[in-house]
Design a protein. Structure first.
Length: 557
């Protein structure tokens, strides 16, 4: 992601020492894709020095998977979660600086002495522990920034990973992942950061997805330490006291049988939908609801349904006041369409008067963020299939638009918005890496820009500023009320894309810091049969929200 500028004082490390990192693994051969990706990204970043990859076989303390679990996990991976081998870009796996160390079976003095003797010459700042065993306290006490461990690290053994099962079996709205730290003398435990991600229907996919996101999360936190030379805990997760969440136990035989039944049922439903889609049916049917009120306090139970037409399903609506009337721009598609376009209607009372297609391209279009600047109208639709951000300028309202500017070339961005706040333009967008589970719901990236021309695009120092599928993805136009900036965001939970909405109050925003808090949550319970509501906009005292009817495996509705 180097198609934009970075804050100037992160471009050179000439006046700072590198962050000296050791990585602990259980084996030298057969590292998983997510582990290789972490190594690759550390080696690609000029702020870090990967001093050593420490290899220590797992101790006997890890829980053992049953034969049934090993068989079930292997079959599920073969059927649903096969991944291509990760090809490192910055190293040869055989040439990594491996070093065998002996941790023993506990935290005893002898174990600490042995480990300390093994690595004392490395002068490490921290050890990133990707293994199942903890480091001895004697060794941890000598690390400036301690030992960093993922909450799922101890939930695997003998090549079988059960970290994704509990979230699915217990129908959790989201699956949590944490980075925990052990540091100091005496050694204390703390939580550095936590994130939650929409629970997948498959336990193996759930675990794989969490690990992909763990790579982004740990790289962001390592960058913060490299830039500031101090530990900066997440604003909503102080490190004063560690949360006492023990590792999940492997699922029992009865739990596996119930899980298998549920997985088979879900696959049957998905297969049926795939057949319907092949013959032009089964499309997600979103509908619009309108009403009176502001985004902070409107009551969705008072909203009025604008039913979709047979030839036009509508989602991602944006309102525009223009010459005394209110217009509605939205993603539009018909059942069976392979892509959507941007349509526009006039809002008359609680009905729409269709005016036509505002914008149509060879690639899919959605999320038509429309705004004014210097007397002109602009639209920034989602164009992630084009692998760039596009802003269009209106040349004849409302049906003629021309391409005005582009940015983020080669990147996959979704649901992007621009906001002018306190004299500075900010671009808020949801980017996704090109990995096994390409996903736009988990990361919020922020850039300072010069306005709709996009000639200057400067990345926030701590991008992605949000890593969490319950709050990250934009869900509508940012708005200012009583001098405060608010951001509608999607709440992706219960295995449902766009399950609900949040109103996030942005409390801090500059190129060095970002902080927000949720001040309101909207769930799909304001009309019978709804399973999702994922977008909100308001103008002229009116609001519009989209919602979807259907079946949800996890939703409590």
């Amino acid at each position: 992601m180097d198609s934009f500028a970075k804050p100037a004082d992160t471009l050179s490390r000439s006046d700072r020492s590198l962050l000296r990192i050791g990585i602990l693994v259980n084996r030298q051969q057969g590292l998983e894709n997510w582990q290789l990706r972490i190594v690759d990204r550390i080696l690609a970043d000029s702020r870090f020095a990967l001093v050593s990859v420490l290899v220590c076989p797992p101790s006997g303390a890890t829980a053992k998977p049953s034969r049934l679990l090993r068989l079930a996990a292997a079959l599920e991976r073969a059927a649903l979660a096969r991944q291509s081998a990760y090809l490192p870009q910055h190293f040869d796996p055989a040439a990594l600086p491996f070093r065998q160390i002996a941790l023993g079976r506990g935290d005893g003095v002898s174990d600490g002495k042995a480990a300390l003797a093994d690595i004392s010459d490395l002068k490490l700042d921290l050890v990133l522990n990707l293994a199942s065993s903890k480091l001895p306290e004697r060794l941890v006490a000598g690390l400036r920034f301690g030992e960093w461990r993922f909450s799922f690290s101890a939930e695997a053994c003998e090549g079988t990973d059960w970290s994704g099962y509990a979230g699915v079996i217990e129908n959790r709205p989201a699956t949590e992942m944490r980075i925990d730290i052990r540091r100091g003398d005496p050694v204390g435990d703390a939580n550095l950061v936590a994130a939650a991600f929409n629970t997948k229907f498959s336990a193996i996919r759930n675990a794989d997805f969490i690990k992909e996101r763990a790579v982004t999360l740990v790289m962001r936190e390592l960058g913060r330490v490299a830039d500031t030379s101090r530990i900066e805990p997440s604003a909503d997760l102080p490190t004063q006291k560690a949360r006492s969440n023990p590792p999940e136990e492997p699922p029992s035989g009865s739990q596996l049988l119930r899980y298998g039944w549920g997985l088979a049922s879900e696959l049957l439903v998905r297969s049926s939908k795939a057949v319907q889609a092949k013959f032009g049916g089964g499309a997600a049917v979103w509908a619009l609801y309108v009403g009176q009120g502001s985004p902070r306090d409107f009551d969705p139970r008072q909203s009025v349904l604008i039913a979709p037409d047979k030839d036009e399903i509508r989602a991602d609506p944006f309102l525009l006041e223009h010459e005394g009337e209110i217009y509605l721009f939205y993603e539009a598609y018909a059942p069976g369409d392979g892509k959507a376009h941007i349509a526009v209607s006039r809002l008359v009372g609680n009905q729409v008067e269709r005016l036509g297609i505002a914008l149509n391209c060879e690639h899919h279009l959605s999320y038509p963020f429309i705004f004014r600047h210097d007397g002109q109208l602009f639209m920034m639709p989602e164009t992630n299939q084009a692998r760039r951000l596009e802003i269009w300028r209106c040349v004849e309202f409302p049906l003629r638009w021309e391409l005005h500017s582009t940015a983020l070339e080669g990147l996959s961005s979704a649901d992007s918005t621009l906001t002018l706040f306190n004299g500075r333009w900010w671009l808020l967008t949801n980017l996704s890496d090109f990995h096994a589970y390409e996903d736009h719901c988990s990361e919020l990236h922020i850039f300072e820009v010069d306005g709709p021309d996009l000639k200057s695009v400067v990345a926030h120092r701590n991008n992605p500023v949000v890593i969490d599928s319950t709050t990250a993805r934009n869900g509508g136009r940012p708005f200012v009320e009583d001098g405060k900036l608010y951001r509608p965001s999607q709440r992706n939970e219960f295995g449902v894309y766009g399950y609900g909405l949040n109103i996030m109050e942005i409390e801090q925003l500059d190129l060095d810091s970002f902080q927000e808090r949720c001040v309101r949550t909207i769930t799909p319970d304001f009309s019978p049969g709804l399973v999702a509501c994922h977008h909100l906009d308001a103008a002229g005292g009116r609001y519009v929200i989209d919602a979807m009817r259907g079946r949800s495996r996890h939703s409590p509705q």
